[in-house]
Design a binder for this molecule. Structure first.
Ligand code: ADP
Ligand code: MG
Length: 387
């Protein structure tokens, strides 16, 4: 985070609470390179943290109150520690409050504090600003209250906050990578047992270009829940043939091929995406370890086809960005990322072609939809921590 932002959040803390902050923490956004809609199926993902983050300035207040101020919403919410509830009027502040509530439910005693939040992760665009605000809140509460929470437990608590308090049934990927990411690497995560590896991702000639469709995602929650159900439905039927399968992650592509015709066609397509996407992540991992980044890009393209045709979570805007990018020289691979129906695409590009890609994508997209897409060029970053 640059010095101007740090100065700004410190100065604002002083203006708002009339004293100096003592703690500064940040949590980044994330983008998933490959492994989409696999996390809630106990499968594999390969995300990175990006160089955009939410920051918190904080100081204990020795009162049993949380005071939460957002510079981006220009809004303060105060809440007694013994009376934390979801309140729609609290808007953005429900995220830190959700985390405080879950910590309390788990038996952690948290102390009163004054906090100021500020961020530059685009909101509601699938780069997981929600998980970032949860994780940065959790770290801050833990630090102020002297709690010891491991980096494996912390994302699970934050996921629970989003599931139970906010009501979004997200998987574990976002909170986990935001907590545990390492600069110059991608994080390979097994979402069933939370075992992970940092995989070097530091080719200086290649950048991650994220393109935002700027669509308001409307369908996303209902479609997401529907996909989850369809995957569970698939597991139920496949159980007749494989007793031990608990999640789609438990079945290989060849096992799936043998029995897939027992599934109704829509369920079969959903499951086929997940089973092959898991295999693609494993292949992607192998390629990355051998530094075969061109082949890695091809898997990204295949992932997009599968999300579009089998999982049916793309849309014409995402497709337009992806297919335009894939045709430009210097692009290794491009696909939609996140839940779908809007949000962002992720593209791997050789640095000297970045301008060309952005120009071409902007031109195509603008002429088709009359909207100017936004771009974020990123390298991989560290996970959440002290500033
Ligand atoms: P995404 O996680 O894809 O960015 P969500 O809808 O899940 O989108 O989460 C966005 C919400 O997170 C915002 O509406 C807001 O409530 C909260 N949020 C994100 N960034 C900030 C910020 N900088 N300050 C305060 N709240 C934020
Ligand atoms: Mg979110």
């Amino acid at each position: 985070m640059d010095n101007i932002r740090i100065k700004n959040i410190k100065n604002n803390f002083k203006k708002i609470y009339n004293r100096n902050c003592t703690l500064l923490y940040q949590a980044p956004g994330r983008v998933n390179l490959i492994g989409e809609h696999t996390d809630y199926n106990g499968g594999f993902v390969l995300p990175v943290a990006i160089d955009r983050c939410i920051a918190v300035a904080a100081k204990p207040n020795n009162e049993n109150i949380l005071r939460l101020h957002s510079l981006d919403f220009n809004n303060t919410v105060s809440c007694k520690l013994n009376n934390i509830k979801y309140d729609i009027n609290n808007g953005w502040a429900n995220y830190p409050l959700a985390v405080a509530k879950v910590l309390q439910e788990k038996g952690f005693k948290i102390k009163g504090a004054d906090l100021v939040f500020e961020g530059n992760i685009p909101q509601g665009s699938g780069l997981s600003s929600s998980a970032a605000i949860e994780v940065v809140s959790c770290i801050t509460f833990a630090s102020i209250s002297g709690l010891r929470i491991s980096k494996k437990e912390l994302p699970v608590l934050c996921q629970k906050a989003e599931n139970d308090f906010i009501g979004v049934k997200c998987g574990i990927m976002d909170q986990f990578v935001i907590t545990n990411a390492k600069k110059n690497s991608a994080l390979f995560l097994d979402c069933r047992n939370l075992k992970y590896q940092h995989i070097p991702f530091n080719n200086k000639n290649i950048s991650i270009v994220i393109a935002n469709t700027k669509l308001k995602r409307k369908l996303v929650n209902s479609a997401y829940n529907e996909r989850r159900k369809q995957c569970e439905e698939g597991v139920k039927i496949l159980k007749y043939f494989f007793k031990n399968i608990k999640m789609l992650r438990d079945i290989t592509t060849s096992q799936f091929e043998k029995y897939k015709f027992n599934l109704p066609s829509i369920i079969r397509n959903r499951c086929e995406h997940v089973v092959y996407e898991n295999e693609r992540v494993i292949n992607a991992l192998r390629l990355l370890k051998k530094n075969k980044i061109n082949e890695f890009g091809i898997l990204m393209n295949e992932s997009h086809e599968s999300l579009k045709n089998l999982y049916e979570v793309s849309c014409k805007e995402l497709d337009a960005l992806v297919y335009t990018a894939q045709k430009v020289e210097g692009v290794l691979g491009s696909r939609m990322t996140g839940a779908g129906f809007g949000g962002c695409t992720v593209t791997l590009v050789k640095n000297k072609y970045i301008d060309k890609v952005i120009k071409t994508m902007t031109k195509e997209y603008q002429s088709k939809f009359g909207i100017k897409p936004e771009f974020y060029i990123s390298q991989t970053e560290n996970g959440a921590g002290k500033i």
